[in-house]
Design a protein around this ligand. Sequence first.
Ligand SMILES: [Zn+2]
Length: 574
Amino acid sequence: MSRVLITSAIPYINGIKHLGNLVGSMLPADLYARYRRGRGDEVLFLCATDEHGTPAEIAAQKAGKPVAEYCAEMWQTQKALSDGFLLSFDKFGRSSSPQNRQLTQHFAAKLHEAGLIEERTETQVYSNADGRFLPDRYIEGTCPNCGHDKARGDQCENCTKQLDPVDLIEPRSAISGSTDLEVRETKHLYLLQSKMRDDLREWIDTRTDWPILTTSIAKKWLDDGDGLQDRGITRDLEWGVPVRRGDGDWPGMEGKVFYVWFDAPIEYIACAKEWTDEKGMPDADWQRWWRTDHGADDVRYVQFMGKDNVPFHTLSFPVTIMGANSTGEDWKLVDYIKSFNYLNYDGGQFSTSQGRGVFMDQALSILPADYWRWYLLRNAPENGDSEFTWETFQAASNRDLADVLGNFVSRVTKFCRSKFDETVPQGGTYGPEEEAVIADLTTRVAEYTRLMDAIEIRKAAAELRAIWVVGNEYLQRTAPWTAFKEDPDRAAAIIRLSLSLIRLYGILSQPFIPDAANAMLKAMRTDAAWPNDVSQALDALPAGHAFDVPENLFAKITDESRDDWAARFSGTRD
Ligand SMILES: [Zn+2]
C-alpha cells in the first residue's frame, strides 16, 4: 500500500465556479483520488476555498455584507456544489482558518530567519474617501495611449498597454469613484525569490517526469528577461492574515496583511490540520503527511491545477517550503504537478466576471454529476485547450453512457430476470468466446491502469469506453437471446460472464462516474476490490449469487433538451 497526498488548486471565494474551473483542477484531482483509493492506497485528498484579497472584499461590499460573513456563506455554497459533483475531499477547508493564519505567520518567521525576506519602501495610491490603499487594478482613469476612459491602473484593456497608476489621466477609485487620491509611501515585505533561483532550477531539472506544460511554464518564469523576480508578500488591507513573525509582532508592519498568494498555498498544509482538528486527532496525524521528519518520507504528493497557477506552485510556494527547510525544518515538496490548459465554451471563453458559460449550480440543475464528470474528463484540456459544445456533450452522453454502458447493464440484467431469475445462472462452460473476452480485457485493464497511474485522463477515458464496448460486442456476437432457445446452458454461461462484467465495469468506472458505478456494484451486491487479475475478477460472482435489476443508469439527452440548454446558456448569467 502506498500513501498519496493529493491537493487541488483552491477555488477563489467570490462566486460560483464554472465548468472550466472544475475540470482544470478539482475534478481531475477527484478522479485520481478515487482511483488511488480503489487501488487500496492510503489517500489524503485536500481542497479549500481561497478567501483573502481585494476581490473578496469588493464582492462582500457589493453583497452588502461584512467580508467574513460573505466568505462563510460562499464557503457553504461551494461546499454544497463540490458535494453535488461528488468531489471526495477528505477536507474542504478555508484559507481564512485559524490554522492557516498560524501556519502562514510561522512560515513568514522562518523565511525571515533564512534571510529571504526584505523590507522595501514603495509608493502607492491612497484613496481618502475609501480610507484605504488601492491596488493598481482598482484605480481607473483615461488611457494616455488611446483615450479609453475605463483604463485600469495596471493595464488598458482597450489597447493592452501596460500602465502605472500615475500614467492615468483623471484617475479615480474603482471602488467609490472618488478622485480624492494621493500617493503615499508604504513599507512592504518582499520574498527574495531571486536568491533561490539556482535551488529551484536544480530541483525542477530533476523533475523529468513532469508534464511539459508544467516544466515549460516554470522555466519560462525562471529565465525570462531578468529572471525570477522578488515578490511583495504583504498588502495594506484589513482582510487577510495579519503580518506577524510567528507569535511575535513584526515591527513596522502593523495593520498589514500577507498577500493572498502567499497564504493560499500554505492552506494546503493548514487544511490537513483543519482535518485532524475537526476529527479530534493529534497533530502527528497531519504531520505524517507533510513533514518528512514525521513520517512523510514515503508519501507521494501530487498537485492538480490550471496552467495559470503553475508559476506559483513551481516557484513561489517551493521557495516558501525550501526556505523554511533551510532553517532545519522538513516540509514535504510536491512530487508531481498535473496542469491543465483551458476549457472554452461554445466558441469563446468561460468567464466568471462576464458570467459566460455553464456554472456548477446550473449544470447540476440540468443533469446529475456523472454526465458532466464523464464529458469533462473525457475532454480534459490536457495537451491543448478543449471546447465545450452542447452537440458534443449530447453525443458523449448518449453514445458512451446510454448506448454503450447503460444499455449493456440493462440488457443483461433484464434478460437474466426474464429467462432465469435474479441470481447468477448456472450451467454451461466458458469456451473460446469467453476466453477471448478475458484475454482482451486483461490487456485493456492493464493499459487502463497504466494510463490512470500516469494521469493520462483522456486516454484513460477512451480505454475505459473500449472496455465497456467489449461487453456490448460480446453480447452481439454470442446473442444469448437466440442461444437460449436451443441451448439454455450456453445462454446461462454468457449471462454469467456478462453479470461479472457489470461488476468489473462498476469497479473500473468508479473514478469517472461514481454514482452509476456504485449503483452497478450495489445491484450486483458485491465488493469493489481492484481487478489485479481480470480472470479471477470475472469469477467473483458464483452461480446462485443474487442481484437486483438496477434502474436505467442513464437517460438519453433529446435534441429538444440540447437546443433548449444551448439557448438558455448562450448569454451571460445575471
Ligand atoms: Zn489604451
